[in-house]
Design a protein around this ligand. Structure first.
Ligand code: ADP
Length: 470
């Protein structure tokens, strides 16, 4: 089985967020079970080859914007694997990429419409030998349409994976012209642009042979107005063709030198060091340490209910550490809170991106609070468990699918600070009783490696290819 995996990023070559981690890990796990996967991404100037060789493989001629554009296809391998990564180079379209793309003369939707066209031209240049194209997020939302135009009934099957429904890639009608879609040839596009813009995520959802997202619970939640928002009806129309596969974590990125037998000493040592580094008051009496690590996205990450609950943690005798960057409003609010004399020595707010500090916090904490309003999958709760830190999570999406309430973590059901505070109260009870030891040991034994998810993807690929061939 031969699969092409187009995406906007692939770690470690280029990483803007969690999507990069997924695209960098899944193909390696698939390779181990006999799936031949190539990854394809734009060749941004910021690509860091991490010591791997990158060499030019071929040129493609891409019709886009009523002109012929030359794209150089470069090739490298994912580190420690035989997985090919193809990098599309073009000075006009793939200049900055990611968060800085808007500073460019080409906006992100135009850049990725062009990318989608390049992917299809590459499939043609490889004599249409891929069985399936596994598209990811809005950046790849037009690929099925372009494949249909170019290869008609001969086109490979397509799977479209939604990693985050809130980013949709909404562009102008110029995209339709630049891609050369003939009016009337794609009813799904005509229907979408009737309101004056083109939604690339919606196109991916409506046109692909099958859709997946990154947890089983989120696959159901997306169909409701609360989680699916404007796209909920579009998703409902495809209900029989949606599934969820939980992401894994790459344990190689998170080395651990302890297990269920000796975790307590390691955690206490790590905590003592962290308390010195972050200027927190230490004491001979055990104090539960709660933490939060993540993007300061007020809407998704539950910062409002977390903010209201931090004083509750501190007044109940706990300590709290936060590590995150993001919305300025939240950075300021949290910094102001840390200046409150009442919380001195008990609260540490760190507005930085620091992977080493993140690992120290995972290792030292007793509880990691994950109050996200919605969470398609979430990795931090999995990393926390790997370090023997009990997650306290809102029971949604991938949080619900990866945490076992009362066994490996604590789940609170309602998205309110009262409900979160009840979860925190349960954490205090766990900490002072015997349940703590059982829960930490259970958490340490959990396995979220990619192997299980890769097998599920392989089965899904087979199913989608069969459906396509019917
Ligand atoms: P999302 O992909 O929505 O940002 P995830 O939970 O899936 O959230 O993944 C977040 C990843 O980013 C985790 O590996 C986490 O440790 C890391 N991370 C988030 N914020 C920071 C930070 N400020 N410093 C270091 N690592 C961070």
């Amino acid at each position: 089985m031969k699969v092409l995996l187009p995406a906007s990023e692939v770690a470690p070559l280029i990483k803007f967020g969690g999507l990069g981690d997924v695209i960098g890990s899944l193909p390696k796990a698939l390779e181990k079970i006999g799936v031949d996967v190539d990854v394809v991404v734009p060749y941004y100037p910021t690509v860091d080859p991490k010591g791997s060789k990158i060499y030019k493989n071929m040129d493609l001629h891409i019709p886009f914007g009523e002109k012929n554009n030359i794209v150089e296809v470069h090739k490298t391998k994912l580190p420690d694997s035989n997985v090919d990564v193809l990098l599309f180079k073009n000075a006009e379209y793939f200049t900055r990429g990611g968060k800085s793309a808007f500073e460019n003369n080409v906006d992100e939707t135009e850049m990725f419409s062009f990318f989608d066209r390049c992917v299809v031209e590459y499939v043609k240049a490889r004599f249409n030998t891929y069985d399936l194209i596994h598209c990811n997020d809005w950046h790849t939302g037009l690929i099925t349409h372009i494949l249909a135009d170019e290869l008609d009934k001969e086109r490979p099957a397509t799977l479209f994976t939604i990693h985050n429904l809130m980013y949709q890639g909404v562009g102008g009608l110029n995209l339709v012209r630049e891609l050369g879609f003939t009016p009337g040839s794609h009813p799904l596009i005509d229907w979408d642009i009737a309101d004056g813009d083109l939604n690339m995520l919606q196109q991916g959802i409506t046109s692909s042979d099958y859709i997946s997202t990154v947890s089983k619970t989120y696959a159901k939640e997306m169909l409701t107005p609360e989680f699916g928002g404007d796209l909920c009806e579009v998703l409902q129309a495809r209900e029989g063709r949606i599934t969820g596969i939980l992401n894994g974590i790459n344990y190689g990125d998170f080395p651990r030198d302890f297990d269920e037998t000796d975790w307590l000493n390691t955690k206490n040592d790590a905590k003592n060091k962290l308390y010195i580094e972050l200027n927190l008051n230490n004491s001979d009496v055990p104090i539960p340490l709660f933490s939060f690590i993540g993007r300061l996205d007020g809407f998704q990450k539950g910062l409002d209910i977390l903010y209201e609950s931090i004083p509750h943690i501190l007044d109940s005798g706990g300590h709290f550490v936060l590590l995150g960057t993001g919305e300025e409003r939240w950075q300021n609010k949290l910094n102001e809170m840390s200046e409150n004399k009442r919380f001195k020595g008990k609260l540490s707010i760190n507005i930085i991106f620091d992977v080493d500090l993140a690992v120290k916090i995972y290792k030292s904490s007793d509880f990691l609070v994950v109050p996200s309003r919605y969470e398609p999958c979430g990795l931090i709760q999995m990393i926390a468990m790997h370090y023997g830190t009990v997650p306290v999570v809102h029971g949604v999406g991938g949080l619900k699918d990866s945490v076992r309430d009362g066994q490996t973590g604590i789940i609170f059901e309602e998205y309110t600070s009262d409900s979160l505070k009840k979860g925190i109260d349960r954490a205090f009870e766990v900490y002072s009783g015997h349940a703590r030891f059982e829960m930490v040991q259970n958490a340490l034994k959990e396995d979220f490696s990619w192997d299980r998810s890769a097998q599920e993807y392989k089965n899904l690929y087979k199913k989608v290819i069969e459906l396509r061939n019917k």
